[in-house]
Design a protein around this ligand. Structure first.
Ligand code: SAM
Length: 328
């Protein structure tokens, strides 16, 4: 068997790299309301360090990289990093997850640097609600414009991720779904994960099966293939629709059996599961001068300890880092 496999024989070929723990939004579902401790600048991996880790991981079998955060576009010179990663022979897909507020101004540069596609978080189509959810006074119009610019420069398909929260934005399910009928919108409805939960927030959970029941007011959802990738979403479309709807069920139906991913936090920890606290430090060994062979071995050992699954259903919520510091 060539490539990288964990101890449950799952092929591991996907690395999500968090570029920063900083974000210009404060989304209620992602960041604790009392704020977060921000990493000191010197603890954040440099682009050279990220490049070294990705290169070694690529030699082991990683061929897909997604840049995330925090807000990845809040870090400067992202196109420079993309160019460095695009030069690694066996990396054949570089993508980015963003809140979209800064996307319009740099989409063309990201594309020319080698970025293939973007996912944009979009939880509402209403400005006042956008401000409420993001706890900021940013402009929803910038996000919508960023999406259009990204499409126009060829960062396709642009996937829109909506975290559906009962009593917060679930009344917009049909509005988003209607967009997929009339326009080439690829919307993914994500179950809210109670990761920053302090108790009452779990009342915001809405299962994908409840979402589907509501959406079927608009017509029958027909299964379809994803336009790209083979991630955890299951895709559907309404008859004659221009776009698609994806459902992601981290809570009601976990997809750990097909997990192919690792995460690298902004401070250089290799995290084996979004929802488990196990991490292996790569930054310090790197700064202490570990050889590339040594780094490879560290990554292989880490992968061998990747947990079989998360245990959200048993109430096991990781407490060590909020999403903004893991790289969701
Ligand atoms: N700042 C970027 C953004 O907004 O897309 C990237 C980081 S954000 C942590 C990445 C993804 O995590 C977003 O698509 C968001 O929808 C998802 N996410 C964060 N907290 C979540 C939660 N509690 N439940 C479900 N998804 C969550």
């Amino acid at each position: 068997m060539t490539g990288l496999y964990d101890s449950f024989q799952r092929p591991i070929n996907y690395l999500r790299v968090s570029l920063t723990d900083r974000c210009n939004l404060r989304c209620s579902y992602c960041m604790p309301s009392d704020g977060v401790y921000l990493l000191p600048h010197q603890d954040i991996l440099t682009y050279e360090e990220i490049h070294t880790i990705v290169k070694v991981a690529a030699e082991l079998g990683i061929n897909k990289v997604r840049l995330t955060g925090g807000e990845p576009l809040a870090r400067s010179e992202v196109p420079e990093l993309i160019q460095m990663l695009a030069h690694i022979d066996t990396i054949d897909d570089i993508s980015l997850t963003t809140n979209g507020t800064l996307l319009g101004r740099c989409a063309a540069e990201l594309k020319s640097a080698g970025l293939r596609r973007v996912n944009v978080s979009l939880d509402t189509l209403k400005q006042d609600r956008f401000e409420f959810i993001t706890c900021s006074n940013n402009n929803l119009g910038d996000v919508l414009e960023g999406i259009e610019v990204a499409k126009s420069v060829g960062l396709n398909p642009v996937k829109l991720n909506m975290v559906v929260m009962s009593g917060v934005n679930d009344d917009e399910l049909l509005d988003f779904a209607t967009k997929t009928i009339n326009e080439e919108w690829h919307v993914r409805f994500i179950e809210f994960m109670p990761v920053t939960s302090q108790g009452t927030i779990t009342s915001q959970f809405l299962s994908v099966s409840d979402m589907r029941k509501r959406l079927e007011q608009l017509g029958k959802l027909e299964p379809c293939l994803p336009s790209v990738g083979n991630g955890p979403a299951r895709y559907f479309r309404f008859p004659q629709a221009k776009g698609t709807i994806g459902f992601i069920t981290p809570v009601s139906e976990h997809f750990c059996f097909q997990c192919n991913r690792l995460r690298l936090t902004a401070d250089g920890k290799l995290r084996l599961c979004l929802l488990a606290e196990d991490e292996i430090d790569l930054k310090q060994p790197l700064r202490n001068g570990i050889s590339l062979a040594g780094l490879k071995q560290l990554i292989e050992e880490a992968v061998a300890s990747k947990p079989l699954r998360h245990h959200l259903d048993e109430g096991a919520i990781p407490k060590d880092r909020p999403f903004c510091q893991v790289g969701g």
